[in-house]
Design a protein around this ligand. Structure first.
Ligand SMILES: Nc1ncnc2c1ncn2[C@@H]1O[C@H](COP(=O)(O)OP(=O)(O)OP(=O)(O)O)[C@@H](O)[C@H]1O
Ligand SMILES: [Mg+2]
Length: 234
């Protein structure tokens, strides 16, 4: 873990709706996450965890505040670039609760879909996909369909897919929700390893306190703002 900033957020606010339907979700969140950190994001349902990830991921526009990804300031009361999709593609990998693999493509084609859409040569994207499948111990499954893999294996493929473009940041929204305890621990340990070895910063939403000891820090949403704590080490 380094002291180099990967994500910085200052005075971030998000509300939805207006008049009767107005709802404040995040009100003045400020925090910094360094390169190589695995940070858990913990808060009750409806507190704004997904909303926060989507703002950092340049998917959901904030209502106010500032966001830096790496050294680049991307939001200052407005997007500072027209190309939020490009930033997303280049810097960010998403992992969701359900794996969202494409059911009619085999594993390797699921992994190479995005790089190939981005214009990466077939040979190069396949080599990268195979390297990741080997890393995740599922190399022999490259020709299998998602329906032929277990939940944990599919979630590993989904993590591999989030890594295929070498992102600086991974945003994981309850990646272990569909898994049993042992598989969940495996996935979180794997995320920790990626953070450590590849200097990737990861924010992982979790409702499972048993995953917290594997994380470097715990981020909570309280009173619509963010507080960050250190976890108790196992
Ligand atoms: N597009 C939207 N329009 C209006 N309100 C929204 C919208 N998206 C989210 N909200 C509201 O913002 C609040 C935060 O939602 P969010 O999905 O971020 O919560 P969460 O912490 O991820 O919850 P969960 O743990 O259930 O996934 C909720 O009150 C939700 O109803
Ligand atoms: Mg959510």
């Amino acid at each position: 873990m380094s002291n180099e900033q990967a994500i910085k957020v200052e005075g971030l606010c998000k509300h939805f709706g207006k008049d009767d339907s107005y709802v404040d979700v995040i009100k003045g969140a400020s925090f910094t996450i360094n390169k190589g950190e695995l940070v858990a994001l913990v808060a009750p349902s409806g507190a704004g965890k997904t909303t926060l990830l989507m703002m950092i991921g340049c998917v959901e526009e904030p209502s106010a505040g500032k966001i830096w990804l790496g050294k680049e300031k991307v939001y200052d009361n407005k997007w500072l670039t027209q190309e939020t999709r490009k930033i997303r593609r280049e810097k960010i990998g998403f992992i969701f609760q359900a794996h969202y693999l494409i059911p009619f493509l085999n594993i390797i084609d699921n992994l190479t879909l995005l790089p190939q859409a981005n214009g990466t040569e077939d040979k190069v994207s396949k080599a990268k996909a195979r390297e990741l499948l080997t890393y995740f111990d599922i190399a022999e499954k490259e020709k299998a369909m998602p329906s032929q893999l277990s939940g944990g294996q599919n979630q590993r493929v989904a993590i591999a897919r989030a890594l295929v473009n070498n992102p600086e940041i991974i945003l994981a929204d309850e990646p272990t929700a569909a898994l049993d305890m042992q598989r969940s621990v495996d996935v979180v340990k794997m995320l920790k390893k990626i953070a450590l070895e590849q200097n990737v910063s990861i924010i992982m939403v979790t409702h499972d306190d048993r995953m917290l000891p594997y994380c470097d820090r715990i981020m909570k949403i309280e009173n619509k703002a963010i507080i960050i704590e250190s976890p108790e080490k196992p």
